[in-house]
Design a protein around this ligand. Structure first.
Ligand code: PEP
Length: 252
């Protein structure tokens, strides 16, 4: 059966000492509370990956990158290749976060290449999708998300797509304090699972974890996670405080 997952996307926040303190806090509080049934993923900025991986090596916590290059190697100054991430034992990488789509013009076709580079290097993918407020108001949200999933993922075989986690993050709910209601989120998650099932079959779709992201907090996590098709969360702001992050993990 599919896994419950809580992933913390730190974005461009924290210095290394602050990051290490945060991880220490998460590890301490997790060892007191959790039953270990939920996979926890920390997603720090690139320069901290090795250090954070070493810090969690004695725990069940996984580590992810926030991005990777669509290119394999070569003269691409400032880019980070998937094989570099693999060489520092990165478990996961985000692809297509709405901030990358919006500020760095990452289109679905580029994201499909990034997915390929990661899977070639045995790094699992957290593929982000989600509609803008305008698209929701125009009632285009189901189509927009469906297209993002199709163009980013449907070139993969059924075996390959099992290494992908989907994160539904409505753009209007990210960092805004505005959360999709549990019903709105469930409706979209069920739609994504139907789209996956129509292409890959029910068995594969049932195995793929679909996370919700967008202003998840200790106060709303439980209601969201109780929904049938919500298998966890991709957490931004609240992942920067150990207490809040652990309380979200324990909301299952
Ligand atoms: C995110 O960046 O993936 C996110 C969901 O951010 P926040 O939780 O701050 O809305």
């Amino acid at each position: 059966m599919r896994k419950n997952i809580v992933a913390g996307n730190w974005k461009m926040n924290l210095t290394l000492p602050e990051a290490k303190d945060l991880v220490e806090g998460i590890k301490n509080q997790l060892s007191n509370n959790t039953d270990g049934g939920t996979e926890v993923i920390l997603i720090p900025p690139f320069p901290f990956l090795t250090e954070i991986k070493n810090q969690v090596v004695d725990s069940a916590i996984s580590v992810g990158a926030q991005n990777c290059s669509m290119y394999k190697s070569g003269a691409y100054t400032g880019e980070v290749a998937a094989n570099m991430l693999a060489s520092v034992n990165t478990d996961y990488a985000l692809v297509g976060h709405s901030e990358r789509r919006e500020y760095f013009n990452e289109i679905n076709q580029v994201l499909a290449e990034k997915v390929n580079r990661l899977l070639e290097n045995n790094i699992k993918v957290i593929y982000c999708c989600g509609e803008s407020l305008e698209e929701r108001k125009e009632d285009k949200h189901f189509n927009v998300v469906e297209t993002q999933v199709e163009l980013g993922l449907f070139h993969l075989s059924a075996d390959e797509v099992k290494n992908v986690v989907v994160a539904y993050e409505p753009v209007w709910a990210i960092g805004t304090g505005e959360t999709a209601s549990p019903e709105q989120a469930q409706e979209m998650h069920a739609h994504i699972r139907r789209v996956l099932a129509a292409y890959y079959g029910d068995d594969v779709a049932e195995e793929i974890s679909i996370l919700y992201g967008g202003s998840v907090k200790p106060a709303n996590a439980q209601e969201l996670f109780q929904q049938t098709d919500i298998d966890g969360g991709l957490i931004g702001g609240a992942s920067l405080k150990a207490e809040d992050f652990v309380s979200i993990i324990n909301a299952f």
